[in-house]
Design a protein around this ligand. Sequence first.
Ligand code: SF4
Length: 326
Amino acid sequence: MKQIGFTTTVPIEILLAAGHQPVDLNNLFITDPHRSELVDKAEAEGFPRNICGWIKGIYSTALKAGIQEVIAVTQGDCSYTHALIELFQLLAIKVVPFAYPYDRNRGLLSAQFKSLMDCYRVGDEQVLTTKRRLDALRSKVHRIDELSWKANVVTGYENHHYQVCTTDMNRDLEAFEREVDRFLDELKMRSPFKERLRLGYIGVPPIYDAQEFYGFLESRGARVLFSEIQRQFSMPYPTSTLLDQYLCYTYPYDIFGRIEDIIHEIKIRKIDALIHYYQSFCHRQIEDIIIRRKIKLPVLSIEGDRSFLLDARTRLRIESFLEMLK
Ligand code: SF4
């Protein structure tokens, strides 16, 4: 079994079917107790200050974890990926390219799947069996999400955590499923939370400590009942083929598919306002313009850089926004 790193969601069903261990380098980085040092280390090696903190963290994390092979998403993710994978190649880390076609083209995505399946020597039947296995676990995570907005018994952080873990099934499918089962049992005993404001969180997951971030909102009377990209990671739409599953996934394609999903979810979840998070030096900041034009709800845009704790200015802006909503 090989550890295969990746920089954004890839069809892990193919890797698991081949008997490998998928490793989401984002999750490994952000849960590392020494994450700040990982960013420092990349800067010490020459990464410029004005480059996204996630990229620096991912780079150092891959080296720290001794990752020997990475699937690089060359289209549908990050504008820094090409340079990052060149650096990996320089360090003799094997790079397997994968691309999501911008226009969601079925034939092109199918060709990408075939190439990945050939690379890892797995067939359709093995992959479909693995998809069904993961679907069963994914549906439990969807249940947690549903309980967050229908029954008000899941905190914003808890929902974020379980959804984000689905990108690599927390690197241990069976252990993750046991954790999910225990959590679902625990929820049966919970009383509903009372926060009045219902928030949606859109954009990439925060670089801030997620427990602190979501907890801060709750301490000010608001709770996130919809975390857009995190929910997308969990593959929330019922599908019968792997191709359909990754064609429905909104993150790697154009912003308009994401907006359609956001509008649908804010309606059914009765969301009062949105927090749009983006990262300093990220091309996705430009999407804020489109989001504000297309979504008719109050939106607070916040920008994280390389501080893992909520800074005083961001706290103040969030507090003022929540006061204004109240
Ligand atoms: S936040 Fe933006 S710049 Fe940073 S890794 Fe993600 S897509 Fe790339």
